[in-house]
Write a protein that binds this ligand. Structure first.
Ligand SMILES: [Zn+2]
Length: 363
């Protein structure tokens, strides 16, 4: 009963349940046969491939570099020795065994490079056992303002240490401690600044994804646009949701509102999606043409704008897509909870009404 299919006749489609995006992959097939959950490999210290590497705020090149390093696939002495390539495994600077921990953290050269960084947390870097543990230890560590780097510095330092080692071996050149540290900070800062510029560009150019209108999310609404703020309150125990939407048409301060109880709702996400579907049905019936809908559920807004796939609410999303095509222009935007107070309290109050309990259909 908790399934919320499309009510507007959207066609069914095949999805592969074990993956989030609903698309089959051989890996997920393998894991489901083996009866394992499809989770990223992690070790005891809480290292998480997705959190610590793939979603990290550093360049794709750094991600690949970290991946190679953690997989012990970078050609440093200890790795080469264990794969039988060479017997020569000494650090080029101090002659100790060249391991991951040594060249990145405990070698005197590395220790001195780390001294150039100014970080918010005091970590005993020289005793870090490997890169994965370092990523975990550095999770909440940031550079202090003078460096001008707001994203993690760790990958860039590792990269600078690694390339400084390589130029000694392959180009017979030496970077000083200072040059190596500055190089890492410079690379991090350059990438940082490039992201800021890119962000500015992407908020001014909007496209259309998967046939869904993806309109100027940051533009102020033009006159004659109906603004609808939606919200839902959800009761886990009874699987009931209170849906609410509040419409206004600036510059007029007059608002109209709608609210509804919905039973058999399995999650807050489904509840919020149902609130938008109801608000759209309401708006479509009133014959308006320009529409801006707000929700404080970021996942939902991303799903509606075609950026992620949510199998749980697929039917509702298809209805939202169908309904939004009835308007000349419709856009779906995120709003912070603080700015959505009216819809929030309306949703909560409808969920609390005695009618909600009495009127519950049976069966
Ligand atoms: Zn060394």
């Amino acid at each position: 009963m908790n399934l919320q299919p499309s009510t507007l006749g959207a066609e069914d489609s095949y999805i592969w349940y074990p993956t989030r995006n609903g698309i089959y992959s051989v890996k997920s097939g393998y894991h489901s046969i083996k009866g394992q959950a499809l989770t990223p490999a992690s070790n005891q210290s809480g290292f998480d491939w997705i959190k610590d590497v793939w979603s990290g705020t550093f360049s794709p090149k750094m991600k690949t570099f970290l991946w190679t390093t953690i997989q012990k696939a970078i050609p440093l002495g200890a790795n080469l020795q264990s794969s039988g390539v060479t017997q020569e495994i000494k650090c080029i600077r101090c002659g100790q065994r060249e391991t991951e921990a040594h060249i990145f953290f405990s070698c005197e050269f590395a220790v001195k490079v780390w001294e150039y960084t100014h970080l918010t947390l005091n970590i005993d870097i020289a005793s870090l056992p490997d890169v994965a543990s370092a990523l975990v230890a550095f999770r909440n560590n940031r550079c202090l303002p003078p460096l001008g780097v707001t994203t993690p510095l760790l990958p860039w330092i590792l990269w600078a240490l690694w390339t400084a080692r390589n130029v000694v071996i392959f180009e017979q050149r030496t970077y000083t401690v200072e040059e190596t540290a500055i190089r890492a900070i410079k690379l991090a800062r350059e990438w940082n600044q490039a992201q800021l510029t890119q962000k500015k560009i992407s908020t001014t150019t909007q496209g259309s994804i998967a046939g869904l209108p993806l309109l100027g999310l940051s533009q102020p609404p033009s006159i004659g646009t109906r603004i609808i703020k939606t919200d839902a309150a959800w009761d886990k125990k009874t699987q009931t949701a209170g849906l609410a939407w509040i419409a206004s048409e600036p510059p007029s301060s007059r608002t109209t509102q709608g609210a509804k109880i919905h039973w058999n709702v399995a999650s807050p996400l489904a509840a919020e999606a149902l609130a938008i579907r109801n608000a759209l049905q309401d708006a479509a019936a009133s014959g308006i043409t320009f529409l801006q809908i707000y929700s404080d559920n970021q996942t939902l807004i991303r799903a509606i704008n075609g950026k992620i796939f949510e199998k749980e609410i697929n039917g509702i999303l298809k209805d939202i897509e169908t309904l939004s095509s009835l308007f000349v222009e419709s856009s779906f935007c995120f709003i912070s909870r603080a700015k959505n107070g009216l819809a929030d309290s309306l949703a909560k109050s409808i969920l609390r009404t005695p009618l909600c309990v009495m009127g519950r259909p049976t069966g």
